[in-house]
Design a protein around this ligand. Structure first.
Ligand code: FE2
Length: 209
């Protein structure tokens, strides 16, 4: 089975300042995301040994462990390029993404309000996600608890925000709301547009895997 690797950030660790400080980005990428990559690979190794008859495993526990870590790896792999330095990031979407947002939510402002509310109200730790559903050809917003619960089957994430405390606590303390409000200044709408277009054709390629 394929092993996962930590993808490089598409910008410098300090590139999202002042909205997300370098210390957060460095720890988040090098420690937290790396831990999910390692965890997913460790679970795969256990499954491989089980398949070869070399080890007895608690299948339920290993599957759960894999789901958590793989989910973390995938979500962070989308999260990094979903952002861009202020100036390049921020503003409003264009293209197909803008059309679909208007069609689904009524306007960009209404979408922004709903997505922000979803991010601010995730219980405990998790994510808010904008996803393209190839079955209905619509966008939808949903929350993810931890990395892997509440996911809408088949929908392809195109914009995600990490609301685990490791994503903001060193800068914003417990003020998740200010982090979410400032995060809009670094949203990379070009990347969102690319993901929407890819999801319309091939769900898998939009993950960049
Ligand atoms: Fe994270």
């Amino acid at each position: 089975m394929k092993r996962y690797e930590l993808p490089p950030l598409p910008y410098a660790y300090n590139a999202l300042e002042p909205y997300i400080i370098e210390e957060i980005m460095r720890l988040h990428h090098q420690r937290h995301h790396q831990a999910y990559v390692n965890g997913a690979n460790a679970a795969l190794e256990k499954i491989e040994k089980h398949l070869k008859g070399e080890a007895q495993i608690d299948v339920r526990a290993v599957m759960r462990d894999f789901s958590f870590n793989y989910g973390g790896h995938i979500m962070h792999t989308i999260f990094w390029p979903n952002m861009a330095p202020p100036g390049k990031g921020g503003g409003k979407p264009g293209g197909v993404a803008a059309d679909l947002i208007d069609k689904t939510f009524g306007s960009f402002e209404k979408f922004k309000d709903l997505f922000s509310a979803a991010a601010k109200t995730v219980e405990g730790v998790g994510w808010a996600v904008l996803a393209y559903d190839p079955l209905t050809e619509e966008l939808r917003i949903y929350q993810v608890e931890k990395h892997n619960l509440l996911i809408t089957s088949g929908a392809v994430p195109v914009l995600v925000i990490d609301v685990w405390e490791h994503a903001y606590y060193l800068q914003y303390k417990n003020d998740r709301g200010s982090y979410v409000d400032n995060w809009w200044n670094v949203v990379n709408w070009d990347d969102v547009e690319r993901r929407v277009r890819a999801a319309q054709n091939h769900g898998r390629s939009s993950l960049g895997l």
